[in-house]
Design a protein around this ligand. Structure first.
Ligand SMILES: [Zn+2]
Ligand SMILES: [Zn+2]
Length: 750
C-alpha cells in the first residue's frame, strides 16, 4: 500500500478502469473532481478526467500528474454519475463515455482569431491633404485613402479587394501616420442579424390541455418521472412541449429538448427562440466557434433551454427540470460508435439524478416505450386528433404483384398512382414521393451467366450511379468504373435492375415534363444548407414533385401537399432484423403524416409486394395500438425486446478463420458464465429466455475487407445480461488480429 495524495483518473480507452496518479504538492489545490488533467500513460502524455481523490493506493510507484487543464470543474458530479452509469450499462470505458460529453471543439479549445481593421486617422490633416502629399508617387496608396474616405473602416481582405492593394501599401500609410491598424477579435454569433418575433401560447385543444396540465404538475412535484406523449402527426406536440418548458422556466429551472438531427431546422429553432429568450442550440452544422460559444454559454448559466441533436443530452446545464425527446422512436438517438448509447435512455437516467421529468413524444412510439406505459413504468397521454380536427389522410394500398401481369415485367409506378399524380398536379397541388433507395439501379448482373456485381471489399451488391457513371458500395463508399462486360464470363450483356431515386427521377421527369421535380437524397443534398433550401423552394411552391429517401418523411407540414406516394414499402420490411416491421410501420405513418394538413385534404398511396403484411395494413388504418399489440405478441414469442434484453458482440478481422475462432472462444466464455452462475440464469436458459445465439457470420459478412462474425446474447433482464457480459469485459477489444465490439441494446442486427 502507498499513502499520499492521489487522483483517480480515467482515460479514453475501452476499459472501465480508474488509474491512480500522484498529485505533486504544487497541484494539491488545483486538482479537483470533474477537472481534466494531463498524465503520462505508457510512453505518451494523455488527457484524462479526474473522477475521484484518495489517500491510499495499491500501486507501488505512482506517476505524477503533469498539468491541470481546467480552472473550474468542467463536469458536474451529476454528469459523472451519468457517465458511470453509461460505462456500466453499455460496457464501454468510463473515459470513453466522458469523451462524448464534451464537444471536440471544447476539448481542443478554440484559438481566438483576430483580423486587421483599418481606419483613417481622425486627427491631423484631411484626406484631401493626405492625397495631395502622395499623389505623384503612390497611386495605389491614393486608391486606399479614397476607399477609406468612403467606408470609414474596413478589414484588410475587403480593402484589398476594393482598391487592389497589398499589405505594404497599408503599412506605408500607417508609417506616414495617415491610417491606423487595429487587431479585432473575430466573432461569429449564431443569431447575428436575426430577429425573432415573440409569440405567446397558442390556444390549445382540450387534448393538448390535458397533456400540458399533467406535465406541468409533474414538473412542479420535482420528482423523477417519464411521460409518453403519444400524438398523431399534426396533433400539436410541440405546443405541449413549449408550454411545459414555460412552466419549467417560471419555476427557475431549465430544459433540454432533443430532436432528430434532420428535424433541427431553422423553423424548429425559431419556434423555441420566438417563445423563450435564452435558447442555446447544439447542432453539427454550426461552425466550430459557434459550437464552442453555445457550449460555454450553457456552461456559464446563460441558457434556459437547450435544443439539439443526440449529444445535447450531455449539455452542461444545472437544475434541469424537464427533458423532451421529440420523435423518441428515431434511431438517430442511438450512437453507432462507442459509446453505443441511446440518448433516450440516457435522458431517463440523467433525469433521475436531476429529479426531472422526461417527456417522450412520438406519433409512433418505440415498442419499448409503449410497453413501459403498459406495465405502468411510464405514464401515457394521448393526442388522438389533429389540431383543427382535420382528418388523417386516407391510405390506399396497391398490390404491385397485379401490376406486373398487365404489361411487360415490373412496373415502378402503378397506373393508379400515375393517374392520381396527374389529378393532383393539374389542380396546382403538390406531390411527395418516397423511395428509400438512392442511386440509379441497386442491382447489376450479367444477362448471360447471372453473375451479380458485388463490392470487392464487402458482401454487398453495388449500386449504379448514373450521373457519376460509377458503381458504388453503400457500405464502404468504394467507387469503381461501370464494367463494360461481365467480370465472370466476359459477355457484354450487363443488366441494371431495380429503381433508385436517380432512376425514378429520370422516369418521372419523362412522364411529367411540364412539372418541376426535385430529388432529395444524400447524393443531391451535400451542402451545408442544401436541405433547408430545398424545403424552402418546395414550401414556396417552386417545386411540384418532391422525390426523396426517408429524409423527406419527417418534419414540417406543407399544406399544399395533397398526395403522398410510397413507391416501395418493401425496402425495410424484408431486412433480416427483428425491428423491420416496426421500422416499416413508423416510416409509413411518418410520411403519411405529411399530407392532409389543410382543408384540401390528402391521400396516400402505398405500393407494395406485401399488401397483407400487418405493418402495412395497420399503417393504412393509422392504427398504432393495433400494430403495437400484434408486434408485441411476436416479440413475446421470440422473447425479443422489450421482453428479453439483447446485446450483440461483433468480431471482425482480416482472416475469416481467426475471426471465427475468436467468436467461438467468446461464445464459450459467455455460455460458461451462464452455466456457472446461480439459479436465475440457469433457469432462464432452460426456458429459452437466456442464452447465446451464434456465433454466426453477420448478415453482411464482409465490410471493408474485414470478415465479421457475431453473437447475440439474450437475457430476461438487463441485470442478467450484464452478469453474462462481465465474463468478456476484460477481453482485448483492439487486438491486431481480431477486434471485438459490444453493443448493449442494439438497434439493428445487420
Ligand atoms: Zn456473365
Ligand atoms: Zn464496400
Amino acid at each position: 500500500m502507498t499513502y499520499g495524495k492521489f487522483a483517480e483518473v480515467v482515460l479514453d480507452i475501452p476499459l472501465n478502469k480508474k488509474f491512480h496518479y500522484n498529485i505533486p504538492p504544487s497541484f494539491v489545490n488545483q486538482v479537483e473532481i470533474g477537472k481534466r488533467v494531463k498524465v503520462p500513460f505508457g510512453r505518451r502524455t494523455v488527457v484524462g478526467y479526474c473522477v475521484g481523490l484518495t489517500n491510499i493506493s495499491d500501486v507501488k510507484t505512482l506517476k505524477d500528474i503533469i498539468h491541470v487543464i481546467d480552472t473550474t470543474p468542467i463536469l458536474s458530479s451529476k454528469m459523472l454519475a451519468v457517465a458511470e452509469w453509461m460505462a456500466n450499462f453499455y460496457f464501454c470505458g468510463l473515459g470513453e463515455a466522458l469523451e462524448s460529453f464534451l464537444p471536440s471543439v471544447v476539448k481542443k479549445g478554440i484559438k481566438s482569431r483576430t483580423i486587421n481593421v483599418i481606419r483613417l486617422c481622425k486627427d491631423g490633416i484631411s484626406v484631401k491633404e493626405m492625397i495631395f502629399t502622395i499623389k505623384k508617387r503612390a497611386p495605389i496608396q491614393v486608391r486606399v485613402l479614397e476607399a477609406l474616405a468612403e467606408v470609414g473602416e474596413i478589414t484588410f481582405p475587403e480593402l484589398a479587394d476594393i482598391s487592389k492593394c497589398k499589405m505594404d501599401s497599408v503599412n506605408r500609410l500607417r508609417d506616414r501616420g495617415f491610417i491606423t491598424l487595429d487587431k479585432v477579435e473575430v466573432s461569429d454569433p449564431l443569431f447575428a442579424g436575426k430577429h425573432f418575433k415573440k409569440t405567446s401560447h397558442f390556444s390549445s385543444t382540450e387534448e393538448q390541455e390535458v397533456a400540458i396540465r399533467l406535465i406541468k404538475r409533474k414538473v412542479r412535484e420535482r420528482k423523477h418521472s417519464v411521460v409518453l406523449l403519444k400524438g398523431v402527426t399534426g396533433s400539436g406536440k410541440t405546443e405541449v412541449y413549449l408550454q411545459a418548458i414555460s412552466e419549467v422556466i417560471t419555476l427557475g429551472m431549465k430544459a433540454i429538448v432533443l430532436v432528430p438531427e434532420i428535424s433541427l431546422t431553422p423553423q424548429t429553432i425559431e419556434r423555441f427562440k420566438s417563445r423563450f429568450d435564452r435558447v442555446a442550440v447544439l447542432h453539427s452544422s454550426l461552425t466550430e466557434r459557434q459550437r464552442s460559444d453555445q457550449w460555454w454559454d450553457i456552461k456559464s448559466g446563460n441558457a434556459d433551454v437547450v435544443v439539439g441533436a443526440r449529444s445535447a443530452i450531455f449539455a452542461p446545464l444545472e437544475d434541469v427540470g424537464l427533458i423532451v425527446i421529440d420523435e423518441e422512436h428515431e434511431n438517430t438517438f442511438k450512437q453507432d460508435t462507442s459509446p453505443r448509447y441511446n440518448a433516450r435512455d440516457v435522458s431517463v437516467v440523467r433525469a433521475a439524478y436531476e429529479n426531472a421529468v422526461v417527456v417522450l413524444g412520438s406519433a409512433t412510439p418505440s415498442l419499448e416505450s409503449f410497453y413501459n406505459t403498459e406495465i405502468g413504468k411510464y405514464e401515457c397521454v394521448t393526442l388522438k386528433n389533429r389540431v383543427g380536427h382535420k382528418p388523417l389522410p386516407r391510405v390506399e394500398v396497391i398490390d404491385m404483384r397485379r401490376e406486373i401481369f398487365g404489361g411487360k415485367g415490373q412496373k415502378p409506378i402503378s397506373d393508379y398512382l400515375e393517374l392520381s399524380m396527374k389529378k393532383c398536379l393539374s389542380k396546382k397541388e403538390q406531390v411527395l414521393l418516397l423511395l428509400n433507395r438512392r442511386g440509379f439501379s441497386p442491382f447489376i448482373s450479367c444477362r448471360r451467366c447471372g453473375f451479380v456485381l458485388k463490392c470487392k471489399r464487402c458482401d454487398i451488391s453495388l449500386t449504379y450511379h448514373k450521373k457519376k457513371d460509377a458503381v458504388i458500395c453503400h457500405y464502404c463508399f468504394a467507387e469503381e468504373p461501370v464494367p463494360r462486360e461481365c467480370p465472370d464470363c466476359c459477355s457484354p450483356g450487363i443488366r441494371f435492375t431495380g429503381f433508385g431515386t436517380e432512376r425514378m427521377e429520370e422516369l418521372i421527369r419523362a412522364r411529367f415534363p411540364q412539372y418541376n421535380l426535385l430529388r432529395m437524397d444524400s447524393d443531391t443534398m451535400r451542402g451545408r444548407d442544401s436541405h433547408e433550401k430545398a424545403l424552402s423552394a418546395f414550401r414556396r411552391g417552386d417545386i411540384d414533385i418532391l422525390l426523396g429517401t426517408q429524409m423527406i418523411a419527417k418534419g414540417l407540414d406543407f399544406p399544399n401537399v395533397t398526395l403522398v406516394g410510397v413507391l416501395s414499402a418493401d425496402t425495410i420490411v424484408n431486412l433480416p432484423d427483428f425491428r423491420a416491421s416496426e421500422k416499416t410501420f413508423q416510416l409509413l405513418c411518418q410520411v403519411a403524416g405529411r399530407t392532409g394538413r389543410s382543408a384540401k385534404g390528402g391521400k396516400v398511396i402505398v405500393q407494395t409486394y406485401n399488401p397483407e403484411h400487418y405493418s402495412i395494413t395497420y399503417a393504412a388504418t393509422h392504427d398504432y395500438d393495433g400494430f403495437a399489440k400484434k408486434e408485441l405478441e411476436y416479440r413475446k414469442q421470440l422473447y425479443y425486446p422489450p421482453y428479453g434484453r439483447l446485446a450483440r458482440v461483433v468480431l471482425r478481422g482480416k482472416k475469416d478463420l481467426d475471426v471465427k475462432e475468436k467468436a467461438s472462444d467468446i461464445a464459450e466464455k459467455l455460455m460458461n458464465a451462464i452455466k456457472l452462475s446461480d439459479g436465475s440464469l440457469l433457469a432462464g436458459l432452460r426456458k429459452d429466455k437466456v442464452g447465446v445465439l451464434g456465433p454466426a457470420p453477420a448478415p453482411i459478412v464482409r465490410v471493408k475487407d474485414n470478415y465479421r462474425w457475431h453473437l447475440i446474447v439474450k437475457a430476461d433482464s438487463f441485470k442478467n445480461l450484464h452478469t453474462i457480459l462481465k465474463s468478456i469485459e476484460n477481453e482485448n477489444r483492439n487486438s491486431k488480429k481480431v477486434q471485438m465490439m459490444i453493443d448493449v441494446d442494439p438497434y439493428m442486427l445487420l
